[in-house]
Design a protein around this ligand. Structure first.
Ligand code: ADP
Ligand code: MG
Ligand code: MG
Length: 257
């Protein structure tokens, strides 16, 4: 079974049903694969990420999203997260007065409960966090600070990757956003992703720029334009895009459309 199977996805704005943003997007991610979706501004990249996260602003009018073979379109954001889907930005930017440690304990035990397993006690949680902290290179001290409060851009990214490791998520969806990451944050994200890559865990990297893919070599690259995937290829597609920009792809597509 594919880990993620999106078929003919059509998405409109909930508030303005005349506006369709995704027009029949299909994408299949097998366990262990790293896919990258690249596209110009306004092509629908973040919308796809938000729809995967279960954000309510969008309405799916056609098509399906299967995660581990099950339709997740009716599931809330928490249920998606508990079933192993990780979307970096779906977590609160800042949680005043809640330490990173408290936040993670709650998240891990929510997942345990979701799976019908017993809660982990303090000692088990600490052991788990220490193991993951050394894998992701998170200074243990960071966990005592409040979530994202005063975290640098790099620390926020490190914490996101750490959350994913701690939760044992099998699909990480990372939207780089158009502003992009600074070089430190890029390295941190990349090292984290690369250290977590294995035969069961997949990533969907959403990015406007090719830079991220200098650090994380994807198995498949897709170009999203105007709410559709207009081209798919291997990692060389990202290199080609770096050389030519989006224009030739958009023209070619306009020609056949
Ligand atoms: P990208 O991430 O590729 O830059 P987005 O998914 O953010 O693109 O946006 C795609 C298009 O949909 C844009 O024209 C954007 O203005 C529009 N759009 C996305 N979300 C909303 C929203 N919540 N309200 C209004 N327009 C939106
Ligand atoms: Mg269609
Ligand atoms: Mg975006």
């Amino acid at each position: 079974t594919p880990l993620l199977e999106i078929t003919n996805l059509h998405v409109r704005l909930e508030d303005d049903p005349d506006v369709e943003i995704l027009h029949g997007l299909s994408l299949t991610i097998q366990p262990g694969e790293v896919h990258s979706i690249m596209g110009p501004n306004g092509s629908g990249k973040s919308t796809l990420a938000q729809v995967l996260a279960g954000k309510e602003d969008y309405e799916i009018t056609e098509g399906s999203i299967l995660f581990k073979g099950e339709d997740i379109t009716e599931l809330g954001a928490d249920e998606r997260a508990n079933s192993g889907l990780f979307l970096a930005f779906q977590y609160p930017v800042e949680i005043p007065g809640v330490s990173a440690m408290q936040f993670l304990k709650a998240a891990v035990n929510a997942k345990q409960a979701f799976e019908g397993k017993e809660e982990l006690d303090a000692a088990q949680l600490l052991k788990h966090f220490r193991e993951k902290a050394s894998q992701i290179n998170v200074p243990y001290e960071m966990l005592k600070r409040n979530v994202n409060e005063g975290f640098s851009g790099g620390e926020k990214k490190r914490f996101e990757i750490f959350q994913m490791a701690v939760l044992g998520s099998v699909l990480g969806v990372l939207d780089e956003t158009d502003s992009g990451l600074d070089i430190d944050a890029l390295r941190i994200v990349s090292e984290g992703v690369n250290s977590m890559r294995d035969q069961d865990r997949s990533f969907l990297l959403i990015t406007h720029y090719q830079r991220l893919l200098d650090y994380i070599v994807p198995d498949h690259v897709h170009i999203l334009a105007g709410g559709r995937i207009i081209r798919s290829g291997g990692k060389e597609l990202a290199t080609e895009l770096e050389e030519t920009g989006y224009a030739p792809f958009l023209q070619e597509h306009a020609g056949v459309a």
